[in-house]
Unconditional design. Structure first.
Length: 334
């Protein structure tokens, strides 16, 4: 079966009984077309489902009114971010293009440069980079980075207060009477992961507790990389009574590993996560976690980028949002 043919501007002109030039004027909202004629042409455009290509639109006006969302991969953090981005773009006149090369940032440094080179200039007017590895490069279009690997730089950025959130998580466990608190860290190349470990260490030290290197593991922010480190902590002879996992995915995996070892959460071990992705409320028991306002981060990033594209003056190009404790059922007092 032959694929359906796409509608062309010639098809619109023929159906409407006008010239191609008239259709072009209606598409680009130019003067010289009677109101009734413009309405008729627009009705035909809508009925036939005609849409000019992004490249053609860019060549005509040097603008596509499309914003690119570039991610290394789609996972819970980036999908939550997209919800906030979608809310912010409403009524702005811009469209969203979410793009992923299918790679994983852990072994794909510099992915944002390659992605931008494919899209900028003719397809998008600006871009939001989600956890980019490189933020010191010069880009030809306005760019905003969300939670960049190395933290804020000259590039406009939006992130959350990872340090304060980690301190809150650790202090919460200490307040429940826990002293042997394990830590499952994120990827070593991420500034957010470094700050969350720093917050864990700071809170322990402030409470007069020793930071025990044996209770610290790198879990990598991924389910498959968190499995073995969680198992190591939970099978120690003197295992921790609580575990702070630096993201919810690692925390959820820790709960699963504990269950596979015959341990109850929170009866035998308390578990707290970080992020507050939707999955965290669906675990058994529901996961206590630190909420970073991921959707709000997306919203702020989009508003900032649109201001930069429109050359609107902005008060700050670096925006850090607060974190907060969300108490559920995965932690209990000693």
């Amino acid at each position: 079966m032959a694929p359906p043919q796409s509608v062309t501007i010639n098809d619109v002109a023929r159906e409407a009984g006008v010239s191609v030039a008239t259709v072009s004027k209606v598409l680009n909202q130019r003067y010289g077309v009677a109101v009734s004629t413009a309405a008729h042409v627009q009705e035909v455009i809508d009925r036939l489902g005609y849409e000019s290509s992004l490249v053609a639109r860019s060549l005509r006006s040097h603008r596509t009114h499309v914003i690119g969302i570039l991610v290394a991969e789609f996972e819970p953090f980036s999908t939550e971010l997209l919800k906030g981005l979608s809310k912010a773009i409403g009524g702005s006149g811009y469209e969203l293009l979410a793009y992923s090369g299918g790679g994983r940032a852990g072994g794909n440094a510099g992915w944002e440069r390659r992605y931008l080179s494919r899209l900028s200039g003719t397809l998008i007017d600006g871009a939001i980079l989600v956890t980019p590895t490189v933020v010191d490069a010069e880009y030809s279009i306005p760019v905003v980075a969300v939670d960049p690997h190395t933290g804020p730089s000259e590039l406009p950025t939006v992130d959350s207060d990872n340090l304060a959130g980690a301190i809150t998580a650790t202090e919460y466990l200490i307040g429940l009477g826990h002293e042997r608190i394990g830590f499952l860290g994120g990827r070593p190349d991420l500034e957010s992961a470094r700050l969350r470990e720093e917050g864990y260490r700071k809170a322990l030290s402030a409470a007069g507790l020793t930071v025990n290197p044996d209770l610290i593991r790198v879990a990598g922010y991924r389910e498959e990389t968190a499995d073995q480190p969680a198992r190591e902590l939970l099978t120690m002879t003197d295992r921790p009574t609580a575990i702070f996992a630096a993201n919810d995915i690692s925390a959820i995996r820790t709960v699963d590993v504990a269950r596979s070892l015959g341990l109850g959460v929170p009866d035998d071990v308390s578990v707290i996560g970080f992020d507050n992705v939707p999955e965290s409320a669906l675990t058994s028991p529901p996961l206590t976690t630190i909420s970073q306002p991921i959707q709000q981060m997306g919203y702020e990033a989009m508003k900032l980028l649109i201001d930069l594209i429109n050359r609107t003056e902005v008060q700050s190009k670096h925006r850090r949002l607060p974190t907060a404790l969300v108490e559920r059922g995965s932690c209990r007092a000693v």
